[in-house]
Structures are given as structure tokens and as C-alpha cells.
Design a protein around this ligand. Sequence first.
Ligand code: ADP
Ligand code: MG
Length: 722
Amino acid sequence: GNQSRVQAIYQITNREVKPFNSPKRLEEMWAKDVFTLSKMQECLPKDVFKSLQKTIQTGEPLDLSIADVVATAMRDWAISKKALYYAHVFYPLTNSTAEKHDGFVSVQGDGSVISEFAGKVLVKGEPDGSSFPNGGIRSTFEARGYTAWDVTSPAYVMETDNGVTLCIPTVFVSWTGEALDKKTPLLRSNAALNKSARKVLELLGHTDIAPINSSCGAEQEYFLVDANFAHSRPDLLLAGRTLFGRPSAKGQEFDDHYFGAIPERVQVFMQDVEESMYRLGIPAKTRHNEVAPGQFELAPFFESANVATDHQQLTMTILRKMAKKHGFLCLLHEKPFAGINGSGKHVNWSVGNATQGNLLDPGDTPHSNAQFLLFCGAIIRGVHKFGPLMRAVVATASNDHRLGANEAPPAIMSVYLGSQLEDVFEQIRTGEIKGSQLAQTMNIGIDTLPVIPKDPGDRNRTSPFAFTGNRFEFRAVGSSQSVAGPLVAMNTILADSLQWIAEKLEAELNQGTELNDAIQKVLQEIMEKHGAVVFGGNGYSDEWHKMAVEERGLANLPTTADALPSLRYKEVEELFDRMGVLSPVELESRFEVYAEQYILSLEVEAKLVVSMAKTTIYPAAINYLSKLTSTMASLNNVGIKLDTTAIEKIATLVNQLMIEVEKLSEALGKEDFADTEAHMKYFAQTILPMMNEVRKYADALEGEVDDELWPLPTYQEMLFIK
Ligand code: ADP
Ligand code: MG
């Protein structure tokens, strides 16, 4: 029965709250656990440090000739932090973080022991990668994988299951050089972006151009549920979301009594999370404004995309670990509770360098405005040409619940610019620059473009991809996702468009066209061909869904089964190949892995639905029926008749529940699929609706069965009791 529920509530309400730690000064914590550049400078010979610094700037692999010296310094630092182990940390295609641990200890010929950490270990490690998905790459090439330190991301120490461990962020590639991870293409996409952005800047007359890099600031939403409740919910533990559960009467229309302040427990948790992050040099900035009950958000300041991505992975790890320590389960799932706002991860993205600054910043002069418009136009072109790709990189079984659910952006990719910038681009499109909303008269020449406002002022929460003053915000990314995939897509489509722009400009200039006229021409062509992707209205509305598809020819890809196949489009394959980001083989392997993951996660959920319905919900309902009928019989004996409506209703629901369970169970037995795409479609179109049918009857029963007999912690309990 519900004993575990009662026990959970007892434990939660009688727990001792962990006291607040007295707050430490930021300088006391900041990057304490990171082998930072300045620490390296302190302990490395000058020439070695110089060489390393250069490697970091170019992003090239570590030079073997200095690797030993660097490794020794790194080891000594780690040992001073009490580390006994080191781990190559890498990012497989699963959205998770993987570690390969080894001890520093090395047994000598004479039986003595020394701590050893050779340079070649930094340059190449051999994880047993066989258990990581590779989409057939390794069998194709019969090659094992290896990991190598990404020198642009610093090493750090962290408490792991093994004790204190030196963690080294690495790429994970096959011996034949194919990427098996998420970091490798991200580094390549930055390189591609650097190359084509540089060309455009050169054409604009810049001579001093520092390396160009992308930046990322990712806002992470998450839920906290008390571990005592979570342990009685196999769906939360195994699928990360509730597969059953009647929306709580309060739902999101909570009242202040429940929802005014963050419980002290959660505040103490947040403080611990922040401290861990600061020690690891992650510029966290917790925010306490949550949309749904039990939901919170954490956003760091933005950093270079590569480091931000590693830090984002660490952030998810820290949230989960720290939650455990504090008696919570941290849910990073995009939709843990039906009917309650889901969780996303807004990815704020910009590009820039040390000499020209943020290239998505409108700037103050017409010249910098022209530059800004070119970069912005390049993005418009990219999102229009590769909308389905943008949808594919946020496609997971869990994120499908969120996209298009009128709380998150729709599954149609469009670009929001804000009304003033949209107006400028619209004038460029029509070629009739006749004065903007700023009431400035304009001629065609870029010199007379209006000053573009720094703050677009208006915000549009319904857009998947919005310009927010000096960056774009990709809002369709899921809360449990690695940000690497979305960043790779954005960097690559931008690199591609900038290259196209550079070629166009060059051709015009060679014909003797003035630079400003050439820019104007290119922008006009972009807007003519790709302006359809710019949309400033309500992205949730039915009109938009109709207009986007029917009038503007944009793709609406509601499920992962619809979206992932776009990774196989010829133009997408050519894009990644041309930009040197993913070879056709690497891209195909990604399709296979992500498709497999989609199918697998739905299969796990469907099987759980069957087993929970049969072994948890059905018995509870039957138990209640038997209680009711025996009471009825006893009453009958003393001449009182109990109305049977309730009993009949419950019995009917129970029967319907079991009919749907049988249907689902049988449907899960199907095995003969033409191909992966058909297999995905089957889960999206057949299995998922059947799971929802089962849930419908189970949730109805939750509203009928005696609360004392109901075995699963309720929404009300999980969301409101802390
Ligand atoms: P909001 O909640 O309004 O979307 P926040 O200020 O909470 O905005 O989060 C914005 C995120 O964007 C932060 O991580 C911030 O560091 C990041 N950000 C700000 N400027 C840039 C930029 N130029 N490039 C990338 N990210 C940025
Ligand atoms: Mg945001």
C-alpha cells in the first residue's frame, strides 16, 4: 500500500535541516580546484609555458616534446590537492560525461612504487570505449578509440567515487581519426568559423584579426524532488519522468503559502552547488525564480563555447551529485511532470575575438553596423537553409514532450529579431530603405543605415531562436542535453554562410562594385531568398503553424522521428563535410546513435508503463474494490444498500486499463522494421499514444481510489513537500 509514501512524508517532515555554511569569500573559492593558466605559468619553465600557451591559442594537440614536463607539473599539483588518481574525461554521444580512471601509482622493477604520470598519457589515453555508442564507426574501421587532452580546457581535481581525482578534459576519437564524441566536432566547428569569419573581416578592411571563437552561456532549469518520494517512483528513477500521475489540484496555480519562498533546504543545496562550481572556476549565478513548483534555474556567465560546454557538463554532474547529498533527486528531464512547465536550457551564443569584439554587437558606427548586419544576415540564411538540422540537434525523446507544448518554442525553426531590427532587414529586402522607425532618412548606402538599437527592447518568449541585443538565444535546447550539438550546428551554419558571403563580396569587389553596395547586394539577396525564416509574431499560435508551413515553406517536425532523418539530407551531409566538421561517415554514425537512443528510451518507458500498471496500479485498484465490495456485503447483512455506481466506475476503469496494457504489451513485441526510420516512427506514432492511453485510465483511477491505498507518491506530494 502507501506505507512508503507515509514513511517518506514522515522522514521529510522530521528531517534536520543542514545548516547554512557561513558564506566564504569568492576569492577563497575561485578556481581552487583548477590547474589554471596562471598556476601553469608559476610551475612551468618559461619556454614550455610559452609553447603550451601557443598550443592553447591555436587549439592544436599538445607537443610531445613538452608533454612530459607539463604532465609532471600537473601531477605534482594534483597530488598537492590529495589526488591519487587521474581520469580522462570525455563526452560520448549520450549527453553524459564519461571517465576513464587510472592510478598515478606505478610499480617498479624492484617492487617499489612511485607515482607516475608520463606526457604520453596526456597526449593519448586508451579508454575501453567498447561500451560507448559509435554508430558502427569502430566496426567499420576495426579501430579502437583513444582520448587526448584538449589543451583549451583546463584540468581540475574533483571528488569522485575513487577519491580525489585529477580530471583531464579530452577528445575521444578512433585510431583512424573519426570523432566518437561531442567535443571533437565542436572544436572543428570553431576552427571553421574562425576561417570564414576571418575572410569576411578581411574583406571589410580589417588587418589585425585575433582568432575568432564562439561563446556560450547556458541557462539550466531543473526540478528537485525529495529522494524519499523518488525512491517509491520507479518511473522517476529509471525514466527521469513520471509516467503516471494525476495533475495536482494546485498545479501551477500554486498559492503563496506553498510557493512564496524557497525552502531553506533548497537554499543550502544551492549554496553547496555554487561553492563546488566556484572551486571549479565555473562562473555560476544561481537564480531563485522558478516557473513551476519545485523547479529552479542556474545560469553561469558566458565563456568560450568549448569551455562553457565542459562546464555545462560539470554543472549537470554537480547538480545530480549534490542533490543526492542533500536528500533530493535532481531531475534534468525536459518534462518530469505532465501538465507542469517543463525544463529547457537556453543556449546564448555569440561570436567574436579580441580585436573586433563581439561580432553580433550592433556597435555605434555605420561601419560596425554593416559588419553586424552581415553576421546577422549570415545567421538568417543559415537557419533558413538548415532549419531541419537545427530541429534535429535538439531532438530527443524527452525534449519532444516540451517542444510545441505551448510552454516552449514550437518545432518550427524561425528567427526573431525584434521589431526594429526586423524593420531594417525588411527595408533591405525590398530595397526601399526609406527611413526606419527611428525616423532617420536613409538611402541605399550602408553609410546611411540607421543606428541599430543595442537593446531590442521587446522580447518574444515564443521564438525558438531569438536575437537578444548582442547574441542569439537558442531556446529549443532541452534541459538534459549537452550543449555541444546545438553549438556545433550554429557554428557550422554560420561558418558556411560567411564563406558564401565572402565569395559573393569578393566577386562583386572584383567587378569594381563599391564595398557598401556589395554588402547591400549580398544582404538583399539573403533577405529575398531566406527572409521567410524571420518571424516576430506568436510562435505558439495555430495561425503561425499554418502560415509557416503553407506560405513560408518552413518545416514543422514535431517528433524526433520526424527530425533526426534530416541528418541524412544531402545538403546537411555536404555542409558538414565542406566545413570539415563531420565526415559523411561520422554524421551517419550520429544519426544511428541518436535514433537508437530515441528508440531505446521509449522502449524503456513503455515497458515501465506495462509493469507499473500491472504490478502497482492494478493491485491497488483491486484492493480498493475488494474493500468496497466486502463493506457492501457487510452492510447488506444489516439491511443497508450501498450505491454501486462508484464500484462500477472503478471496475470499468480497471478493465479498460488492462485492455490498454495488453495492447501496448503486444505492440512492443513487434520486431520486423524496414529500417531505423520506420522503427522510430513506430515508437512515435504507435507506442507513445498507447502509453498515453494506459496513463489516461491509471490517472483516472488515482482520482477514484482511496488515497490510503494509492502506492505512488502524488504530484502534490512530490512538488510541494520539501
Ligand atoms: P534571460 O533569463 O533574460 O534569458 P540571463 O541573463 O539569465 O538572461 O542569461 C543570459 C545568459 O546569456 C547568461 O549566461 C549570460 O552570461 C549569457 N550571455 C550574455 N551575453 C552573452 C554573449 N555576448 N554571448 C553569449 N552569451 C551571453
Ligand atoms: Mg533565457
